[in-house]
Design a protein around this ligand. Sequence first.
Ligand code: SAM
Length: 242
Amino acid sequence: MRFDIMTLFPEMMDTIFSQSIIGRARSSGYIEINCYNIRDYSTDKHRKVDDTPYGGGRGMLMAPEPIYNCYAAITESLGYKPYTVYLSPKGRLFDQNTAAQLKEKGHVILLCGHYEGVDERIIEEIVDEEISIGNYVLTGGELPAAVVVDCVSRLVDKVLPADECFTDESIYSGLLEYPQYTRPPIFHGKAVPEVLSSGNHARIAKWRHEQAVRLTLDKRPDLICNNMGTEVDIKPERHEKT
Ligand code: SAM
């Protein structure tokens, strides 16, 4: 999976993408992430990339030319035009399905806006889809791009140790994930549920499924879908104090 990111702040992205699972996936060659500084493609002698909006109003807009020059340099070197996404609060809301669809593209270009956004003509010219990461407005598209890259990358073969790492997870499975525990066995008087140390895998699986359903009904009933699987008897449960 390859991502080409057009941004005014490539250093910001380099920091995020050089750490942890994504950093290791890059080093191992499972994903490729290239960041391009749009400012490098400005023809202005001061490397200017923004201008005032026609019609007046506050703020500055990213001008179309440097973005187009950056896009053209990427696509000309490739010889094809990858699926191009503009991160924007006006876009389709990003979710796990969108991540799976982007992963199927194999290669995407991400355009990060800044200031008041980008000139509309650049969207018409190069963008296949606008994607929003939520109903709020951020100062730039860098964090949204990082969210998209992280989420899509987790679906790429070998980035996580096994498919179960994400198929059992919240949202992906249609349910929220069951509660999890690690050592110590008792923390501040709260014991780890006995079933998890029983060694009985069938009991553990049943308990986890019940917990997942309980949590989902409680916190995100909207996620419960018709083909949820086994029906479960849900009784209230509390951590036993010892
Ligand atoms: N004036 C724009 C509007 O009202 O739609 C908002 C511009 S915002 C301050 C600057 C940039 O941040 C946008 O061009 C976009 O790239 C990014 N951005 C802000 N919020 C976002 C969101 N919820 N999802 C994706 N990108 C976002």
